[in-house]
Design a protein around this ligand. Structure first.
Ligand code: G3D
Ligand code: MG
Length: 197
C-alpha cells in the first residue's frame, strides 16, 4: 500500500554550473528516466520534484532547482541559494573551462547557504570516452582541495551514476539535519531560563 504520510524532509537542491554541462539532462534523467537530446537552453529556473526516496530511516522529497547557467542569470544565484539544503556543481569532463569556474559559484553558495551545506562536484558526459579531457583523479583532487563534500562522475545520456549521485547528496543532507537537530537539543539544554534565579 502507498505510504501517504508527509515526508520527513523536503530538500531544495540547486544545480549549478556553466551552460551545456548537462544540468537539465541530469535532473530530467533522475526524475523521468529520459534523455532528451534537444533540450532547449534552460531559461531562468526550472523545477524538478522527486516525490520520495528513503534515506536511512527518513522519507525525503527532493526539489531540484535547475538553473540556466548563462551569465545574465548569474545575478539570481545569491537569492536562489536562500533556503537551499544542498548544491550540485556540474562540469563537463570534455571541457576543462567548465571545471575552472567552480570557485565563483561555490563561494556564493557557501556564503549564502552556510559553510556546512553539502556541495557535490559532479563531472558529466563520461560516455564521451574519446573526448574526455579531465581525468577522474583530477576531478577528485579538485573536489578534495576545494572542500567539496562529495564527488561523482555521471552520464545523463546512459544513466551512469545518476541515481547514486542524488542519493548521495540526499544522504549528506539528512546527516546535516541530524547534526543540526542535535546541536539544537544541546543548545536548548544549556539555555534553560529559570525565573527568579
Ligand atoms: P545545461 O542544462 O547544463 O545547460 P543540457 O545542459 O542538459 O541542456 O545539455 C547540454 C547538451 O549536452 C545537450 O546537447 C545534451 O543532450 C548534452 N548532454 C547532456 N548530458 C550529456 C551526457 O551525459 N552525455 C552526452 N553525450 N551528452 C550530454 P544538445 O546537442 O541538445 O545541445
Ligand atoms: Mg539547462
Amino acid at each position: 500500500m502507498r505510504d501517504t504520510r508527509d515526508p520527513d524532509y523536503i530538500f531544495k537542491i540547486l544545480m549549478l554550473g556553466d551552460g551545456s554541462v548537462g544540468k537539465t539532462s541530469l535532473s530530467k534523467h533522475y526524475i523521468e528516466r529520459a534523455f532528451t537530446p534537444d533540450i532547449r537552453l534552460t531559461v531562468g529556473i526550472q523545477f524538478f520534484i522527486k516525490q520520495e526516496i528513503k534515506v536511512e530511516d527518513k522519507r525525503v522529497k527532493l526539489q531540484i532547482w535547475d538553473f540556466g547557467g548563462e551569465d545574465r542569470f548569474r545575478i539570481m544565484v545569491p537569492t536562489l541559494c536562500l533556503g537551499s539544503h544542498g548544491c550540485i556543481f556540474m562540469y563537463d569532463v570534455t571541457r576543462p573551462s567548465t571545471l575552472n569556474s567552480h570557485h565563483s559559484w561555490t563561494y556564493i553558495v557557501k556564503e549564502r547557504c552556510g559553510k556546512d551545506v553539502p556541495i557535490m562536484l559532479v563531472g558529466n558526459k563520461i560516455d564521451l570516452v574519446e573526448k574526455r579531457a579531465i581525468s577522474t583523479e583530477h576531478g577528485i583532487e579538485v573536489a578534495k582541495r576545494s572542500g567539496f563534500t562529495g564527488f561523482s562522475e555521471t552520464s545523463a545520456k546512459d544513466g551512469t551514476n545518476v541515481d547514486s549521485t542524488f542519493e548521495t547528496i540526499a544522504r549528506l543532507m539528512v546527516q546535516r539535519m541530524h547534526r543540526l537537530e542535535k546541536e539544537d537539543q544541546s543548545k536548548d539544554k544549556k539555555s534553560t531560563v529559570i525565573v527568579g534565579k
